[in-house]
Write a protein that binds this ligand. Structure first.
Ligand code: GAL
Ligand code: CA
Length: 336
């Protein structure tokens, strides 16, 4: 009798064992971050198609919270590759150490760990990955959009865009978080590009607005009330650009187009609201931060590790440097 029962249930048991998949875990620095939450959604969608249900952990911008979440998952499901949008990039080294002890691969996303932490030994070289944006390109692309709008740099001094007629381009810069590689690169390369194109850049205001709309709103208010002469506002992401727009809209006279009345504003990300603002003439342009392709690469790597599916060959819009993947993105303006 006993044997008979076992025989009947054995195949069922095997079937369910074979199908049981461990959930991929996505550790996000802040679920309220518009771009990151869209990236998380794209990733969940890509893996859902393969029969996985992604579990999300929100650190709400606290590294200590994230450390606890990661520690628990490592204990529960060692070997299940971790997808980590680390709160503080410098904590990556400690996370890598813990993961190595459990021989668990780590896929960092969007907040890039230091190269030396990822290449410190042969285990790390093989098991640590990074997927993010090509933020150097994104910064340069912002300036290309501005320069197309202003026209020949040599004509700028005599143009209507040089509002104070001093020959220089007065630029204000809203940066993301201090020490975030995307904020550093976008800022540096946007300014550098303007200069190589031939503009004489006068950087009149630099502020960190932590990627947040509300902080950018406040910063824009200060600049406006101080009566500063801004001729171009470059923002490291769309949310901050939209914060500036929100303040200026309150001051707007409905009869003049927004950009003519104030100055061109640029973002990065190409979120839904960002694209809409470009369409409506509030943003001069934005540069796509390609959540879809970043999520796709992430899920390709995850499946490569857990199911041994081969990695696809990527096109040239993706720069690959060992286990580091950088996705380029495209310019978004009213013309496209
Ligand atoms: C950037 C993105 C920002 C913000 C940040 C979070 O790549 O442009 O909007 O999401 O990542 O780390
Ligand atoms: Ca000027």
């Amino acid at each position: 009798m006993k044997n008979k029962t076992n025989l009947i249930f054995l195949p069922l048991l095997l079937l369910s064992c074979g199908e049981a998949k461990v959930n991929p875990c996505f550790f996000i620095y802040d679920l309220n971050d518009n771009f990151m939450s869209s990236l998380k959604d794209e990733f969940s969608l890509a893996l859902k198609e393969k029969g996985y249900e992604v579990t999300t952990y929100n650190a709400s911008r606290k590294q200590s919270t994230q450390n606890t979440q990661i520690g628990k998952e490592l204990e529960l499901n060692p070997k299940n590759p971790l997808i980590i949008n680390v709160v503080d990039r410098l904590s990556a080294s400690m996370i890598i150490e813990k993961a190595e002890k459990e021989d668990t691969p780590v896929l960092f996303i969007n907040r890039e760990p230091l190269k030396e932490d990822c290449t410190k030994n042969s285990w790390a070289k093989e098991n640590i990955y990074y997927v993010g944006a090509d933020s150097i390109y994104q910064g340069e692309a912002q300036s290309e959009i501005a320069s197309t709008y202003f026209g020949e740099a040599s004509n700028f001094p005599s143009s209507r865009f040089d509002k104070n007629s001093d020959g220089k381009l007065q630029v204000a810069l809203f940066r993301g978080e201090l020490s975030h590689q995307d904020a550093e690169n976008r800022s540096k390369y946007a300014l550098e590009k303007l200069r190589t194109i031939g503009f004489e850049v006068d950087l009149i205001n630099v502020s960190y607005c932590d990627w947040e709309k509300s902080l950018a709103y406040e910063e824009m208010k200060k600049i406006y009330l101080n009566g500063e002469n801004v001729e171009l506002l470059i923002c490291n992401n769309d949310e901050m650009a939209l914060g500036a727009v929100e303040y200026l809209k309150e001051k707007m006279d409905e009869n003049t187009p927004f950009i003519d009345q104030f100055f061109p504003i640029l973002g990065v990300d190409g979120t839904e609201t960002g694209k809409q603002a470009v369409k409506d003439g509030y943003l001069l342009g934005t540069v796509l931060n390609d959540a879809y392709n970043q999520a796709k690469i992430l899920s390709d790597i995850y499946l490569n590790i857990v199911e041994n599916t081969p990695l696809p060959v990527y096109g040239e819009e993706i720069k690959i440097n060992d286990n580091f993947y950088y996705v380029k993105g495209t310019k978004i303006t009213r013309n496209n």
